[in-house]
Design a protein around this ligand. Structure first.
Ligand SMILES: NC(=O)c1ccc[n+]([C@@H]2O[C@H](COP(=O)([O-])OP(=O)(O)OC[C@H]3O[C@@H](n4cnc5c(N)ncnc54)[C@H](OP(=O)(O)O)[C@@H]3O)[C@@H](O)[C@H]2O)c1
Length: 268
């Protein structure tokens, strides 16, 4: 336990990447208890569809259509909060993307977008929102099981998520005395649009061997993440399989890890 935990009742949350997958599910699970939800993503229609689903709940729902991979888009989020007089007490940094395939054959554009979205947007948005975050406050960062090990053919993504986990753990300590709970959720493979976005135009996909044992639903990932935030836990690996795998990866000697990665990579 790092902090007292964040109470979800009547929360005022900003959720990035809320137009699909885990972000949309955060909105669904928060809507029955939240006062305000600000849904952020690029696709206006997809955000509107999530908003329509949630109209029966008391939460006021706003859609903020921006590209978080740009400085302009990130500033637009802040301007949106200001223009609507919104004072969030919870920031969910969920938007993120991957890129399947070798680093050498990746495009500079997709690599740059990944870094901008997974690292820069999460960091700069947190920095900008912290001064306006009402207390008790919460920051929930979506990392990945991939943050616990280097991943050939998903190298930039895994490294970006190692950043997210490390950054979140440090902030959890820094902000606990200020009554701000920081929780990092590290999901394993979860059925969302993630793979569709991560696949390359030439069809390059990832090796899914062993993933079946780790896969759980987006509903369960989000429920475990919100429970951890409420309990003031700094980091959570949803699902028993993912929790065990993460322990295994984190405790494994680096030499053995390299041998395993070489063996698995050789089969791709
Ligand atoms: N699914 C998995 O297996 C898995 C496992 C571990 C961690 N994660 C993490 O979970 C998080 C959510 O991903 P997901 O699995 O739910 O995938 P997803 O269904 O592809 O959702 C990604 C969300 O991010 C938004 N997004 C992408 N680029 C954006 C941009 N430039 N600006 C603003 N929003 C942007 C997308 O909306 P628009 O396209 O409308 O912009 C979408 O709402 C990510 O951080 C991912 O790394 C996923």
């Amino acid at each position: 336990m790092m902090a007292n935990g964040f109470p979800l009742k009547n929360c005022r949350a900003v959720i990035t990447g809320a137009s699909s997958g885990l972000g949309a599910e955060f909105a669904r699970q928060l809507a029955p208890q939240a006062a305000t939800l600000v849904l952020v993503a690029r696709r206006a229609e997809a955000l509107d569809a999530v908003k329509k689903e949630l109209l029966g709940f008391p939460a006021l729902i706003f859609c903020c259509v921006v590209d978080l991979a740009t400085d302009v888009g990130r500033n637009e989020v802040l301007a949106f909060l200001d223009a609507h007089g919104l004072n969030p007490n919870l920031l969910i940094n969920n938007a993120g993307m991957g890129d399947y395939g070798s680093f050498a054959s990746s495009t500079t554009e997709k690599t740059r977008t990944q870094l901008e979205l997974n690292i820069t947007a999460l960091t700069m948005l947190t920095h900008a929102v912290l001064p306006m975050l009402e207390r008790p406050g919460g920051v929930l960062n979506v990392s990945s099981l991939a943050s616990t090990l280097p991943m050939p053919n998903l190298a930039v993504y895994a490294a970006s998520k190692a950043y997210v986990t490390s950054f979140s753990e440090a902030l959890a300590v820094e902000l606990a005395p200020q009554n701000i709970t920081v929780t990092c959720v590290c999901p394993g493979p979860t059925p969302t649009n993630f793979s569709k976005t991560a696949k390359r135009a030439d069809g390059t996909d990832t090796n899914r061997e062993g993933q079946g044992l780790l896969r759980i639903s987006p509903q369960r990932v989000v429920a475990e993440a919100l429970a951890a935030l409420q309990q003031g836990r700094a980091c959570v690996f949803p699902g028993a399989g993912v929790a065990i795998a993460s322990l295994f990866f984190r405790l494994m000697p680096r030499g053995l890890m390299r041998l395993l990665l070489l063996w698995r990579h050789g089969k791709e």
